[in-house]
Design a protein around this ligand. Structure first.
Ligand code: AMP
Length: 283
C-alpha cells in the first residue's frame, strides 16, 4: 500500500492508472477509521481496480466553536487498518498541502445546506463540497463512495456532481451500526460509558418512529414529538434537531406518505451525533 502526501504525486499516480485503463474508486474520510469506513472501502473495491482512501480532517468544514482540534486522529492505526483491507493508496495531505496561503475558491450550494445540519453548522457543507471537489481533481476517481449515515452530505455531493458535471459515479452505502444499534462514528470515541447509553436513544427513537409510521401515523409532528420526548428523557442529551423531511429536497413534509427521511442531530455530552432513517409507512 502506498501512502501519498502530496497533490502532485497523487495526480501522477492517478494519471498512470488512467493511461493503463484502470478504474479508480475513492473513499474520502477524516480518519479514525471504523467498520463504517471499511464497508465503504469494500463497496469501492467491488466497483474498481484501485481503491484510494483519503484521510484529511478538513478545517473548512468546522465552525470556530466546533471540535476541529479535538477531532480524534490515529494515522498509524488507520494505515494498518487500510492495508489490512486491501486499500491501494492512502492519500493523507497536510493542511498546507491542500490549502495554500492564498486559498479563496469555495463550492457552495444554494438550497440543500439551508436545512438540517446546515442550519446548525453554517459553513459545514461549503467546506465539504470544496474539499470533495478538490479531492476529485487530485485523485481523479471514476467512482466515489459515501455513507448514508451522513445523508445530507450524500445529497450535497450528488447535487454537486450533477451540477458541475463531474464525470464520476456516486455510490451511497448503508449505515454500519454497533450490535445495539448505535451508528458507528469516529465521534463515539468521545462518549463516556454513561453517555453511550443515552446515545442509544438516537437509533431507538428512529425505530419507534418507523413503528409509528408503519402503524398508520401520518402526522410528522406527532412522530417528531414522540421522538423528542424519548431523547430528552435520557441524561446528557441536547437536541439540535429532529425532523421529518422530503428525502430528495430536504423540504418539510405535511404528511407522512411514501418514503420520508427522519433525521436527527443530538449532543450527548461532548459529542454531537447524527443519525437518520427512511420511514416507510407500509412497514
Ligand atoms: P467521516 O470520516 O466521519 O467524515 O466519514 C467518512 C465517510 O464514511 C462518509 O462518507 C461517512 O458517511 C461514512 N461513514 C461514517 N460513519 C459511517 C457508518 N457508521 N456507516 C457507513 N458509513 C459511514
Amino acid at each position: 500500500m502506498k501512502v501519498i502526501a502530496t497533490v502532485k504525486e497523487m495526480q501522477a499516480w492517478a494519471d498512470r492508472i488512467r493511461r493503463r485503463g484502470g478504474r479508480i474508486a475513492l473513499t474520502p474520510t477524516m480518519g479514525y477509521l471504523h467498520e463504517g469506513h471499511l464497508s465503504l472501502v469494500r463497496e469501492g473495491q467491488a466497483r474498481s481496480d484501485y481503491l484510494v482512501l483519503s484521510i484529511f480532517v478538513n478545517p473548512t468544514q468546522f465552525g470556530p466553536e466546533e471540535d476541529l482540534a479535538a477531532y480524534p486522529r490515529a494515522m498509524e492505526r488507520d494505515c494498518a487498518m487500510a492495508e489490512e483491507s486491501g486499500v491501494d493508496v492512502v492519500f493523507a495531505p497536510t493542511e498546507t498541502e491542500l490549502y495554500g496561503p492564498d486559498f479563496q475558491t469555495f463550492v457552495s450550494l444554494e438550497r440543500l445546506p439551508r436545512h438540517l445540519c446546515g442550519r446548525c453548522r453554517p459553513v459545514h457543507f461549503r467546506g465539504v463540497a470544496t474539499v470533495v471537489a478538490k479531492l476529485f481533481n487530485i485523485v481523479k476517481p471514476h467512482v466515489v463512495v459515501f455513507g448514508e449515515k451522513d445523508y445530507q452530505q450524500l445529497l450535497v455531493i450528488r447535487r454537486m456532481v450533477a451540477d458541475l458535471n463531474f464525470d464520476i459515479e456516486v455510490v451511497g452505502a448503508p449505515t454500519v451500526r454497533e450490535p445495539d444499534g448505535l451508528a458507528k462514528s469516529s465521534r463515539n470515541a468521545y462518549l463516556a460509558p454513561d453517555h453511550r447509553e443515552s446515545a442509544l436513544t438516537l437509533s431507538r427513537s428512529l425505530n419507534i418512529a418507523q413503528d409509528m409510521a408503519a402503524a398508520g401515523e401520518t402526522d410528522p409532528q406527532r412522530i417528531v414529538a414522540a421522538t423528542q420526548t424519548l431523547i430528552e428523557k435520557a441524561p446528557h442529551t441536547r437536541i439540535d434537531y429532529v425532523e421529518i423531511r422530503d428525502p430528495h429536497t430536504l423540504e418539510r413534509v405535511d404528511v407522512v406518505e411514501g418514503s420520508v427521511l427522519m433525521a436527527l442531530a443530538v449532543h450527548v455530552g461532548k459529542s454531537r451525533l447524527i443519525d437518520n432513517r427512511i420511514l416507510t409507512p407500509g412497514g
